[in-house]
Design a protein around this ligand. Structure first.
Ligand code: NAD
Length: 353
């Protein structure tokens, strides 16, 4: 981007990264001056949450294993009531974006500090963003009040992430880094992180697909996902995230899979207007970065078409209309016909144009 002036806003969080870092949790709770932790998880990950509670011993106030997708307000209110009844003075979230979202929603309502142990590559733990749903409507807000104080990345906690979710969650993370490379408010710091992140994930994800127990690959993927989360939390996103928001919100398509299918097409759409970002991506993804992303999805056994993840062909016109009607910045202006073509190709799983 040349030697231009820039603004980089770092978000204050203490990050602990590595293998077996979960054992630092009791010390981190104490460091925050807390002694009654409410541990959060989805029903599926309750065992991991119970393990944390036993590790915390008398500093554990209890476990709330009711986190679900889309952070519904009624679940958050229920969790706030539990936190208050138990006298919790810190929340500990273990899980993916859904559980992190619940921790953020509690922090927003109570001011309680948060410690997050991420177990997917979604990156929410690094962002001041919270999306909540009420009566079927998703509302997203950005406020420093939802930023976690401490994030403990423990590679061990990601070893159980199923192969299919590892692939799509990892490509979901790459989408944050890729859009950061051409964000309007990009800066040399986020661009450096973004490129390192894309490189780490592009190399690690196929290895995880071949051998989910590959600890080095799991380390690299989580490291890349952390950097992707910083990108998402620091600069604005564009076409790709808007399309995924539309498809997820109005057509109820699954989050990480939708990102995986759309990313090659969104990048190809913007490619003619972002020569610097494409040149940077070529250094880590090869001559045709958009195609390389679709090949990566195939290599990790992920879906490459919207048809395969539940989109109906007669929704494509409406999806295009919704995507066109929300005004947002994108490096290439939104052209209705080209966006409709993009949707069709994503639906069919055709190569990105
Ligand atoms: P998720 O949190 O919904 O997790 C999917 C499923 O996988 C859950 O059942 C979970 O319990 C399970 N799981 C997670 N880690 C596991 C592990 N290691 N082993 C076994 N099972 C595991 O999925 P996600 O993709 O991490 O998060 C998606 C949600 O996060 C979306 O609602 C999205 O909008 C939100 N999100 C928000 C932000 C933000 O900045 N606010 C960023 C990214 C994603």
């Amino acid at each position: 981007m040349g030697r231009q002036s820039f603004v980089y806003t770092a978000h204050p969080a203490r990050v602990i990264f590595g293998f077996d870092t979960t054992e630092t949790l009791p010390g981190e709770v104490e460091r925050l001056g807390a002694s009654k932790a409410l541990v959060l998880s989805t029903p599926h990950q309750e065992e991991q949450a119970q393990h944390l509670a036993s590790l915390l011993g008398k500093s554990a106030a209890g476990v709330f294993a009711g986190a679900v997708m889309h952070t519904p307000v009624h679940v958050s209110e229920q969790a706030v009531a539990v936190a208050s009844t138990l006298g919790a003075d810190v929340v500990v979230a273990i899980g993916g974006g859904s559980t992190t979202g619940l921790g953020k929603a509690i922090a927003l309502r109570t001011g309680l500090p948060q410690i997050v142990l991420p177990t997917t590559y979604a990156g929410s733990e690094m962002t001041p963003i919270l999306g909540e749903t009420e009566n079927g409507l998703k509302k997203t807000q950005t406020t420093p009040k939802v930023l976690p104080q401490v994030v403990i990345y423990d590679v061990e906690q990601t070893m159980s992430l199923p192969v299919s979710l590892s692939g799509t969650s990892g490509i979901n993370a790459m989408a944050h880094a890729i859009e950061a490379l051409y964000a309007r408010d990009r800066n040399p710091v986020t661009s450096t992180l973004a490129l390192a992140a894309v490189k780490a994930l592009a190399s690690a994800l196929p290895k995880i697909a071949r051998d989910p127990a590959d600890r080095d690959a799991r380390y690299d993927a989580l490291y890349g996902a952390w950097l992707c989360g910083i990108c998402l939390g620091s600069v604005g996103m564009a076409l790709h995230h808007k399309l995924c928001h539309t498809l997820g919100g109005s057509f109820e398509l699954p989050h990480a899979e939708t990102h995986t299918v759309v990313l090659p097409h969104a990048l190809a759409y913007n490619a003619p207007t972002i020569p610097d970002a494409m040149a940077a991506l070529q250094t880590v993804l090869g001559a045709d970065p958009a195609r390389a992303l679709q090949e990566l999805a195939r290599a990790v056994g992920a879906p490459v078409s919207l048809a395969a993840i539940g989109m109906s062909a007669d929704g494509l016109d409406r999806a295009t209309e919704i995507a066109m009607s929300n005004s947002y910045w994108n490096p290439r202006p939104l052209e209705a016909e080209a966006i409709r073509t993009l949707m069709q190709r994503a639906f069919d799983g055709a190569p990105p144009l």
